[in-house]
Design a protein around this ligand. Structure first.
Ligand code: HEC
Length: 148
């Protein structure tokens, strides 16, 4: 009886450890990946999203041609509202491909420029800059997304 109970508890712990691992796949706790991602960010993203991840001014208002400016990747934007998978696909394929229809966006896909590991690294760098409170919410968004 006691052994069975212990086994059940171990199963339980193992399941919750697995759930914790499912809180996204970005390697934001890996200092080497984050350092690599920071370099990629500077080279490929900072021109639009800002060297401090602050985005472009007035980023919620479309310009005269109907395009949105680049949003911040810091907590004042909504990057952290999206699970890892979506952030990855936006970066890999670009917004037009993800939204579909006739949606116009200046956020092009990086599939011919960055490898999957490099895309994960640059997004990991972005996540690593968020305060713990935002990271915790983002982990939960990832877990909820993987439940579906
Ligand atoms: C030419 C300017 C430009 C560059 C360079 C650029 N972006 Fe963007 N990005 C945008 C714009 C503009 C949007 C918003 C587009 C829209 O919604 O129409 C955007 C949106 C995004 C979003 C979605 C954010 C959200 O909250 O929905 C992600 C993620 C993103 N970019 C990541 C990156 C990464 C990572 C890089 C570098 C590898 C990068 N971007 C480089 C202009 C750019």
């Amino acid at each position: 009886m006691r052994a069975a109970l212990t086994a059940a508890m171990i199963m339980c712990l193992a399941t919750s450890a697995m759930a914790a691992e499912e809180a996204g796949f970005l390697p934001w706790k890996d200092p080497a990946a984050v350092a690599q991602g920071q370099g990629i960010y500077t080279d490929h993203c900072a021109a639009c999203h800002g060297d401090r991840l602050q985005g472009e001014p007035d980023w919620q208002t479309r310009d005269a041609d109907g395009y949105l400016p680049a949003p911040p990747h810091d907590p004042s934007g909504h990057t952290w509202h999206h699970p890892d998978r979506q952030l990855f696909e936006i970066t890999k394929y670009g917004i037009e491909a993800i939204v579909g229809g006739s949606y116009k966006s200046r956020m092009a896909g990086y599939q011919d420029i960055l490898s999957d590991a490099e895309i994960a690294a640059v997004l990991a760098y972005i996540k690593s800059t968020w305060p713990p409170r935002v990271i915790a919410v983002h982990d939960r968004i990832n877990r909820d997304a993987s439940d579906r």
